[in-house]
Design a binder for this molecule. Structure first.
Ligand code: NDP
Length: 241
């Protein structure tokens, strides 16, 4: 049976590129989105045309109950995953004094709680496979360096790094690797308004990254060749730090 990988937030942007890349690498793909089921279904069609299987789960990663139900049902029907890429995320930027409670809560709940809500129901089935596995979590340069106007997002993305480092130790003997990828400024819907001359000046390579460049790194971390890489934060950021 082919190994399957769940990629959260794969209806568009970086997650979509990861799904297409991992399908090309030979994995069966479990796509996921919150609202854009049609966009995720279109990605599933592309993957099916590549000769791989793809299905779509739709739930809010911040909704613990919904995440648990959807993932448990999927595992019950199709078996435990080889891997998961926790990619779904949002921003709600603003200078700290202007940040609303809602901006704080939504960003922490989606980015940080979302990791817990998704990984918790799938990790024991993954362990019981008694085979190598992969957990890749999308952090950010913002979580490594701290970004002006992103106190909420930097907190969530830094929290993910701590969680990944601790979980990596717990799962190391099980041959399940746990790593973060920390992209810099990547050209997606999320960063539409952020790509300015000033922002580009802060990047040594003087350009944004592509979703495909992030996907290539995730693909390597999910491959058999990366079996001895765990508890790491891999930056894909054009030399920002
Ligand atoms: P996009 O905004 O392009 O896509 C976000 C994806 O996440 C969509 O598939 C969306 O689903 C899904 N999503 C968002 N919120 C939820 C939720 N509550 N529940 C379920 N799914 C949700 O983002 P990017 O591709 O730019 O970013 C992907 C990841 O990479 C994020 O974690 C982001 O923080 C991180 N990142 C991005 C950088 C960048 O420069 N773009 C830089 C560093 C990190 P739907 O389509 O249904 O709304």
């Amino acid at each position: 049976m082919t190994a399957s990988i769940l990629i959260t937030g794969s209806s568009r942007g970086i997650g979509r590129a990861i799904a297409l890349r991992l399908a090309r690498d030979g994995f069966d793909i479990v796509l996921h989105c919150r609202h854009r089921r049609e966009a995720a279904a279109a990605v599933a069609e592309q993957i099916t045309a590549m000769g791989r299987s793809a299905r779509v789960l739709c739930f809010d990663v911040a909704d613990r109950q919904a995440a648990r139900q959807a993932i448990e049902a999927d595992i019950e029907a199709h078996g435990a995953y080889y891997g998961v890429v926790c990619n779904a995320g949002i921003t709600a930027d603003g200078a700290f004094p202007a940040l609303s409670d809602e901006d704080w809560d939504s960003v922490i709940h989606t980015n940080l709680d979302g990791f817990y809500n998704v990984v918790k129901p799938l990790v024991m089935p993954m362990v019981r496979r008694r085979a190598p596995g992969r957990i890749v979590v999308m952090s950010s340069v913002s979580g490594v360096m701290g970004n002006r106007g992103q106190v909420n997002y930097s907190a969530a993305k830094a929290g993910l790094i701590g969680a990944v480092k601790a979980l990596a130790v717990e799962l190391a003997k099980r041959r399940i690797t746990v790593n973060c990828v920390a992209p810099g400024l990547i050209d997606t819907d999320m960063t539409d308004a952020l790509v300015t001359e000033e922002a580009l000046r802060m990047i040594p390579m003087r350009r944004t990254g592509s979703s495909e460049e992030v996907a290539a790194t995730v693909s390597f971390l999910c491959s058999g060749d990366a079996g001895y890489i765990t508890r790491q934060v891999i930056a894909v950021n054009g030399g920002m730090c």
